[in-house]
Each structure stands twice: as C-alpha cells, then as structure tokens.
Design a protein around this ligand. Sequence first.
Ligand SMILES: C[S@@+](CC[C@H](N)C(=O)[O-])C[C@H]1O[C@@H](n2cnc3c(N)ncnc32)[C@H](O)[C@@H]1O
Length: 259
Amino acid sequence: MVSAAIALAFIPFLVTLLIRYRHYVVLLYRAVLVGWLQDRLTGVPREQRAFQYVLAHAIPGDPRHVLRTFDQWCRRCEHLSNVGPRKGRILERLLQERAPLAVLELGTYCGYATVLLAQGLPLGARLYTVELDPRHAAVAEKVIRLAGFGEDTVELIVGPSEEVIPQLKEKHGLLKAEFVFMDHWKRCYLRDLQLLEAHDLLAEGATVLADNVIFPGAPHFLQYAKTCGKYRCKVHRTSLEYFRAIPDGIAELTYGGPR
Ligand SMILES: C[S@@+](CC[C@H](N)C(=O)[O-])C[C@H]1O[C@@H](n2cnc3c(N)ncnc32)[C@H](O)[C@@H]1O
C-alpha cells in the first residue's frame, strides 16, 4: 500500500521530466532505437542503407545534391550524425573566408562534411579526412567519389586519429593544416589538438573547428582552448543536426602559434 503510494507520487515527477526532455527522448528514439531495429530487420547497417538511398536519388557529380539527398534521408527516414545543413553553413562560410590549401577532418563517418568541405575548397587545395571505422570509411569513399571528388582533392585515411596524426607529415605529405574540422569522439578532441600541436601540424593562424561542443559537449577541450593562451576561441551557437530544439555549437579556434 505504502509502496504503491510512493510509486504514484513519482508519476508527476516522471511526466515533468519527460515533457522537459522530450526532444532528447525523440533523439534517443530516432538515433538509437529506430536504427537498431532497422539494423536487425534489414540486416544492413544504417550507413549502408543511407548510401543506397543517396545512390538511388542523388545526381552523381553534384555535391550539393548529394548533401541534400542525405538531409532528406535523415529527415524522412533515420538519423545520421552528419554535421547537417545548419552547422554546415557555418563551416562553409568560414572555409570560404579562410580559403585554406590544406584541410584536415577528424571523423569522416559517411562523408557528408567531407563533401561539404571539398566543394568549398580553393583551387589546388587538398582535404585529408580520417576515419577509424573501416565500414564507415567504405561508405564515405563511395559518397566522396559519387559527389565527384578524386584522390587528388580528397584523401581518406582509415585509422584512429591518435595513430594517423603522428604520420600525417611523413606518410601523407600534410606539412601544416590551415583548417581543421574535429568531429570524431568528443573525448578525443583535447588529446588530438595537443597531438597536432606536438607534431607541429598547425599553421600559424590556422582555424580549428570543433563540432558538438554544447551537445554532447567537450568541456575539457573548451577549457584548454580558452586558457592555454595559444588560441582565440569563440563558440557559434546553433542547434544539433536535424534537431532544431536541441542546442549545440561549433567552437572556432584561431591558432596563434606555440607559446
Ligand atoms: C559524428 S561522426 C562524423 C560526422 C562527419 N564529420 C560529418 O559531419 O559527416 C563521428 C565519426 O568519427 C569516427 N571516429 C571516432 N573516433 C575516431 C578517432 N579517434 N579517429 C578517427 N575517427 C574517429 C567515428 O567512427 C564516426 O564515424
């Protein structure tokens, strides 16, 4: 009797929580549950399903159309953790302003941001993108080539960033990156920024962008960027990809050189 009363007393609390965090519940449902169920039902991984859709609907050689088709799939079918169109516009604007000749992306996933960045590169520039998971890399490779970018413009490197970064100079010929987009696991941001510094891979004045610094967040990375004295740092506040109601942000760091 008493335990039933206690349980009943919790219901308003649970309902309040559910209402308050409804957008996160929807995210959990769309990003985790639906994907997991579809994986089981179809036997085909989500990224591969997305690629099949893109292949069937996108115009080959038209990067903007490839990106729009991805967005369509994410809105109509399932969630993918692409940078998405809203944050993508921030990326595009900054890329256009800086016109870098050497760009590094950490965390390729299906190649969405890779295509977005590649289409905004100045003539003769090169983009290096690093992906840990070979299954994602296989999808990204097809997406990048479908969008019309060859190996002379985009080099996809498969491996964990902590192993790839120390080899970028000797093995891949990237002397200094002028523009870095970090969008891999958030807990790796700080370590990899310090690895880039240690291997002298950041050009003076380089722009380092880091996605998802508000959701799910990268507090140690942000604290370091703001306090180490090597960067000017600002956060572009926006929303999570494909979820306008969930606040998120991209950190923009400008490297002032070693101190
Ligand atoms: C959020 S997704 C990247 C989305 C992509 N930048 C886009 O906007 O289209 C994160 C990706 O980073 C990869 N990743 C995670 N940790 C990594 C690491 N240490 N090195 C390389 N890739 C990593 C994951 O396998 C995943 O594919």
